[in-house]
Design a protein around this ligand. Structure first.
Ligand SMILES: Nc1ncnc2c1ncn2[C@@H]1O[C@H](COP(=O)(O)OP(=O)(O)OP(=O)(O)O)[C@@H](O)[C@H]1O
Ligand SMILES: [Mg+2]
Length: 262
C-alpha cells in the first residue's frame, strides 16, 4: 500500500537574483513498511523534502499525499493535527522540552489531544528504547543518545504513518549511533513502521531497504536493496509482535498492543 506519494514537487525559496530551487520536480512513491534512506551532499534538498512531507513547509508546485491525505487541502489547524498524528519528526538536536520530564515529553503528542496512552504500548516502547528507568528524569539529566531515544519514543507514540528523521545520529558518537539505528530498524521490522531517514553516512544508508540520492533538488538515484517483507494492509505487523493499527483508527486514540517487543 502506498503511504507516500510526491508528484512533480518543486520548492523555490526567495525571488529574483536570490532565488533558490531547493526541489526541482520530485516524483516519489513509498509503500507502507519501507525503510528509505536519503543521501545527498549539503544543500541538495534533503531537509526541504522532509519538511514538506511533514507539513512544516509547503511546496511551491506539485502534490504530496501521505496516507491518502492530500496535504495541500489541509488548513493550518488540520496541518498541525496531521503533524502530530500522522508524522513523527526526529531531528539532529532532540528538541525535548527542558522543563518537562522525559515521560511527559514522550506523551506530549497525546496530551495535546487529551488522550491517554495505552500503558502496554508505552511501556514496551520505552523498554525497547532503553529509557524505561529515565522517565522521571529531566532531559538535561540524560546522555545525548538517551535524549535522542526519548525523541524517537515521542515520534512513535502516535504510531505515525511516516517517521521522518533528519540526521538523527548527526550529534551522536558511534555507540549511540548504532543504538539509534538499531531502534529505527526494530520499529521498521516489528511495527512495519515506514521510515525516511536522512543521513550523510553511506554505511547507515546501506542498512535501509531503499536508498534515494538527491542532487540539486532532483532524485538522481533510487536503489531498492531489499523488498519489505510485511504485507501491506495485513496483520503481519501484529503477528510480529506489533501494534494494532486498527485501534488507532478508532478515533479514541487508544493503542492496543499484541504481546511482543516494541
Ligand atoms: N528557508 C530557506 N530560505 C532560502 N533558502 C533555503 C531555505 N532553506 C533551504 N534553502 C536552500 O535550499 C537548498 C536546499 O537546502 P536543504 O536544507 O534542503 O539542504 P540539505 O540537503 O538538507 O543540506 P544539509 O545536508 O546541509 O542539511 C539550499 O541551497 C539551501 O540554501
Ligand atoms: Mg539538511
Amino acid at each position: 500500500m502506498e503511504i507516500l506519494k510526491c508528484e512533480k514537487v518543486r520548492k523555490i525559496y526567495g525571488s529574483g537574483a536570490s532565488q533558490v530551487t531547493a526541489l526541482d520536480g520530485i516524483d516519489l512513491s513509498v509503500n507502507r513498511g519501507e525503510f528509505v534512506a536519503v543521501l545527498g551532499v549539503s544543500g541538495s534538498g534533503k531537509s526541504t523534502l522532509l519538511h514538506i512531507l511533514g507539513t512544516v513547509d509547503q511546496p511551491t508546485e506539485g502534490k504530496v499525499s501521505v496516507d491518502g491525505i492530500d496535504l495541500s487541502l489541509l488548513n493550518r489547524t488540520q496541518s498541525a493535527i496531521f503533524r502530530r498524528r500522522k508524522v513523527g519528526l526526529v531531528y539532529q538536536f532532540y528538541n525535548l522540552i527542558p522543563t518537562l520530564t522525559v515521560r511527559r515529553n514522550i506523551l506530549m503528542p497525546l496530551a495535546l489531544d487529551r488522550k491517554a496512552p495505552d500503558q502496554g504500548y508505552f511501556e514496551k516502547l520505552v523498554a525497547s528504547l532503553g529509557i524505561a528507568d529515565k522517565l522521571d528524569a529531566m532531559p538535561s539529566q540524560l546522555s545525548g543518545g538517551q535524549q535522542q531515544r526519548a525523541a524517537i519514543a515521542r515520534a512513535l507514540i502516535y504510531r505515525p504513518a511516516l517517521l521522518l528523521a533528519d540526521e538523527p545520529t548527526g550529534n551522536l558518537d558511534q555507540r549511540n549511533t548504532r543504538e539509534v539505528i538499531d531502534m529505527l530498524k526494530l520499529s521498521n521490522r516489528n511495527l512495519n513502521q515506514t521510515i525516511l531517514l536522512i543521513t550523510h553516512d553511506e554505511q547507515i544508508a546501506l542498512e535501509a531497504d531503499r536508498v534515494l540520492v538527491l542532487e540539486d533538488g532532483r532524485i538522481v538515484g533510487d536503489e531498492q536493496k531489499r523488498t519489505t517483507t510485511a504485507q501491506p494492509g495485513t496483520d503481519s505487523d501484529i503477528a510480529a509482535g506489533g501494534y494494532d493499527r486498527r485501534a488507532a483508527a478508532d478515533g479514541h486514540g487508544r493503542h492496543t498492543t499484541a504481546e511482543g517487543r516494541l
